[in-house]
Design a binder for this molecule. Structure first.
Ligand code: NZQ
Ligand code: ZN
Length: 386
């Protein structure tokens, strides 16, 4: 096992009525001016907005609303939020939504406190923001686990890059599975696949021999697969949904990453696909994963074989490592079809004239993957996904 340091700064309040039970005491710790941040309006339709607004006004807060945060949040939207936070002298940000709102606010919290351009500071000067507006997250869409980490995936439209910016950790995260019950079913499916992808991308890193983090990881993968199937049969089953919400959080709360250097090559490629096409994140991953993994077969066979047996329940008797690795690839591909995820970029509605050369050229090559991809190989993967 690699050496590691582990600390986890986010207080998680999980379960039904978690906001009602815990937000009042959390709000006592913060200043009067609160930014309530949300997306395109689902929170207004499902009652979450009214419930939170009531808790905020009862706590005597002055509320400033930062609205219309889009899926795949842009750097321009971050700047809009930071301006608003400065003008309104915001003391605390309450981010309410899925990964997009939660990520956008991580960077707003840092950008509002500095005149430096954060993109320039982090990606060119390799500095880090030091000062943040404190924040809380209320999760309404599960999958990304964004509430559990301090990385924000932001699209810089001018530079055509969708990449990570490092912001603050949330002081607390409210995970009430009932808030996710109105998610569109396609988002339930793509969010679940995103969570499965985070587990796989972590598993495929180094070290590659069996270790405790990977054994916990295998349990998370089995849980997501089982519960995605179950939620498709009965989308209103709150127990099943609760498992998916927590499994998604587990994917990104650092526990599976303990002692590991992660892979995340599929994510790097999907993020650049997103920079050029604004596509749905989980769907992009579903198309890319099986194709990318076929390219890794010879290097990744021992890990793929373990996944076949320990996650997908393939009987190992009489099978070689290569047989099992292929069985994993087949199981993953057929699961993607079974749950109704797309299998090609065309099915996702991505235009045929997309600049795949530029996407491959601008994709970060990751360090933890057992195969070191070249840009040409990534281009071949993208072409095979069309
Ligand atoms: O905008 P509203 O109207 O709220 O609608 C949203 C949005 O259209 C809707 N929604 C959310 N909760 C709902 C709901 N609709 C009905 N009922 C509810 N309870 O769902 C749609 C998608 O929301 P979004 O936040 O965009 O989805 P997701 O959670 O998948 O987040 C995607 C973003 O997170 C990034 C992705 O790249 C993408 O930008 N990621 C962040 C990660 C991180 N920080 O750790 C890790 C991931 O790998 C990922 O890259
Ligand atoms: Zn993801």
């Amino acid at each position: 096992m690699n050496t590691f340091a582990y600390r986890y700064p986010v207080t998680v309040y999980f379960g039904e009525k978690a906001a009602e039970k815990n937000l009042p005491s959390e709000l006592k710790k913060v200043g009067k001016n609160v930014m309530l941040a949300y997306g395109g309006g689902s929170v207004k339709k499902n009652g979450v907005y009214d419930e939170l607004m009531n808790l905020l006004t009862t706590a005597g807060k002055n509320v400033t609303e930062f609205t219309d945060i889009m899926s795949n949040p842009t750097y321009a939207k971050v700047q809009e939020g930071a301006r608003l936070a400065r003008e309104s002298k915001i003391d605390f940000i309450l981010a309410v939504g899925g990964g997009s709102v939660i990520d956008c606010c991580k960077v707003v919290s840092a950008q509002a406190k500095t005149d430096d351009d954060l993109w320039e500071l982090e990606t060119v000067k390799h500095g880090s923001p030091a000062d943040f507006i404190p924040m809380g997250a209320v999760v309404t869409a599960f999958g990304t686990g964004a509430e559990m980490n301090n990385g924000a995936v932001i699209t810089n439209e001018e530079k055509k890059v969708k990449g990570p910016l490092w912001g603050a950790f949330y002081d607390f995260a409210i995970l009430d599975p009932t808030y996710t019950m109105t998610m569109p079913i396609n988002q339930v499916i793509s969010g679940s696949f995103d969570a499965l992808s985070h587990c796989m991308e972590t598993y495929m890193g180094t070290p590659r021999e069996t270790n405790l983090s990977d054994e916990i990881n295998e349990a998370c993968q089995r849980n997501i697969i089982r519960n995605l199937r179950a939620t498709l049969k009965n989308p209103q089953d709150i127990e099943v949904r609760s498992e998916l919400v927590w499994a998604s959080a587990m994917g990104e709360n650092g526990i599976l990453k303990i002692g590991k250097v992660t892979d995340f090559q599929a994510h790097m490629l999907e993020h650049q696909l997103g920079a050029y096409t604004d596509c749905n994140h989980g769907q992009g991953l579903a198309v890319i994963h099986p194709v990318l993994y076929r390219y890794m077969l010879s290097e990744a066979a021992p890990q793929f074989a373990r996944l076949a047996v320990n996650v997908w329940g393939v009987d190992p008797v009489g099978k070689t490592e290569t047989d099992l690795a292929n069985a994993f690839l087949d199981a993953l591909a057929s699961f993607i079809k079974e749950v109704g995820l797309p299998t090609t970029f065309t099915e996702m509605g991505i235009s045929a004239d997309t600049d795949y050369v530029a996407i491959a050229d601008s994709t970060v090559l990751t360090g933890g993957c057992c195969k070191k991809f070249t840009k040409d190989e990534l281009l071949a993967v993208l072409y095979a996904c069309r």
